[in-house]
Design a protein around this ligand. Structure first.
Ligand code: ATP
Length: 309
C-alpha cells in the first residue's frame, strides 16, 4: 500500500521596515537600548513544513545560496526549541521560499523563525497560546516577536517588548535591494565607533511619527522617518548615499536605510507613485534590484497556497 504523502503546512511571514529606529548607548550586557517603530511589509518569505524522518532545511529564491541550511539557520533553531518544549523529535522537512533580501535589514531570518513556530504549532496540533509563541519568539531573536505579530508596533528593550501602534491606511514603499549584505553587529559596532569619535545626531522620541501614523498621511509621515543606524550603514557602504538620493529624485517622499541596511526603503505618496519610482530607480543603476511593497500587513500566518495574495 502507498503511504499517504504528509500534509504540508505553509506559513507566510512579512518583512519589516523600521519607521523609527532610535539607538541608545551600549548596555552592560553588550546590547543597545532600542526604540523601534516597525511596520510589516508585503515583501515576504513562505515556509513549508512537513513530517519527515529527520530535520532538514532547503532554501529557494532570493540569495538562497548564502543562507545556511544547518543549525545556524533560525528555522532549525525554532524547530529544535519547539520540539524540545513539546517533548518530541524535530523530524520535519522545512522549505524556505525567500522573497526577503538576506542580511538586508528587513528581518528575513526573523520572519522565517516566526513562520516556523506558527507552522509547527499547526502541523503538530500543539494549540499554543499567543503568550507561549511570543516567549519562544523572543528567545530566538529580538525581531522575531514582531515578525509573529506584524502590523505596526513599537518595540523597546532590544526591540522585543512590543506594543501595537494605531495606524490608518496602507502605505506604499519602494525597496532598493543592494548588492551584498551588512552584518547587523558590524553596523552597531560602526555606530559605537562614530559616537566615540564625534557626536552623530540622535533621534528624539517617536511621538510625532506615531501621530502621523494614526492620521494615515504619508506626506506627514515622510519627514519623520529616521534611523540612528543610518550614518553607520552609510559609513560602511558609502554607495548607499547615491541610492537614497536617486529615490527621492525619482519622486519618493523620503528614503531611509532599513534597519541595519543595506536595503533602502522609499515611502511613496500612493501605489501609482511607487510603481513610477520603482521603474525609475531600476533604470538608475544604483542598486541590485527593486521591489514595491505595502504595509502594514499581518504577521506570520498559515496560508492555503503560495499563489495567495
Ligand atoms: P535584521 O534586519 O533582523 O537585522 P537581516 O534582515 O539584516 O536581519 P537576515 O536576512 O535575517 O538579516 O540574516 C542575517 C544572517 O543570518 C544571514 O547572513 C544568515 O547567515 C543568517 N540566517 C540564519 N537563518 C536565516 C534565514 N532563515 N534566512 C536568512 N538568513 C539567515
Amino acid at each position: 500500500m502507498l503511504s499517504a504523502v504528509p500534509r504540508p503546512v505553509i506559513v507566510r511571514a512579512p518583512s519589516k521596515v523600521n519607521l523609527h529606529l532610535g539607538v541608545g548607548d551600549l548596555r552592560e550586557d553588550g546590547y543597545h537600548e532600542l526604540t523601534s517603530v516597525f511596520q510589516a511589509l508585503s515583501l515576504h518569505d513562505d515556509i513549508e513544513v512537513r513530517d519527515a524522518d529527520e530535520l532538514s532545511v532547503v532554501v529557494q529564491g532570493e540569495s538562497a545560496r548564502v543562507v545556511p541550511t544547518d543549525h545556524r539557520n533560525l528555522v532549525w533553531q525554532a524547530a529544535e526549541l519547539l520540539a524540545e518544549r513539546a517533548g518530541r523529535d524535530p523530524a520535519v522537512a522545512i522549505a524556505i521560499a525567500k522573497g526577503i533580501p538576506v542580511a538586508g535589514g528587513m528581518a528575513g531570518g526573523s520572519a522565517d523563525a516566526a513562520a516556523t513556530l506558527v507552522a509547527l504549532d499547526e502541523l503538530w496540533e500543539l494549540g499554543l497560546e499567543r503568550a507561549d509563541l511570543d516567549e519562544y519568539a523572543a528567545r530566538l531573536g529580538s525581531d522575531v516577536p514582531f515578525s509573529l505579530r506584524g502590523g505596526t508596533a513599537i518595540g523597546t528593550g532590544r526591540g522585543e517588548k512590543l506594543l501595537p501602534v494605531l495606524s490608518r491606511n496602507t502605505f506604499h514603499w519602494v525597496l532598493a535591494l543592494a548588492k551584498g549584505g551588512l552584518r547587523t553587529p558590524d553596523v552597531f559596532r560602526e555606530l559605537d565607533r562614530l559616537r566615540a569619535e564625534g557626536d552623530p545626531p540622535r533621534l528624539g522620541d517617536p511621538d510625532e511619527l506615531m501621530h502621523a501614523l494614526a492620521v494615515g498621511d504619508p506626506h506627514q509621515l515622510a519627514p519623520l522617518l529616521g534611523n540612528d543606524l543610518q550614518p553607520a550603514a552609510l559609513s560602511l557602504k558609502p554607495e548607499l548615499r547615491r541610492t537614497l538620493r536617486a529615490g527621492t529624485a525619482a519622486g519618493a517622499l523620503a528614503g531611509i536605510v532599513s534597519g541595519s541596511g543595506p536595503t533602502c526603503a522609499f515611502l511613496c505618496a500612493d501605489a501609482d507613485a511607487a510603481v513610477a519610482v520603482s521603474a525609475e530607480l531600476a533604470g538608475a543603476g544604483v542598486c541590485r534590484t527593486v521591489r514595491t511593497a505595502h504595509g502594514p500587513v499581518p504577521g506570520a500566518r498559515v496560508i492555503d497556497d503560495k499563489t495567495e495574495h
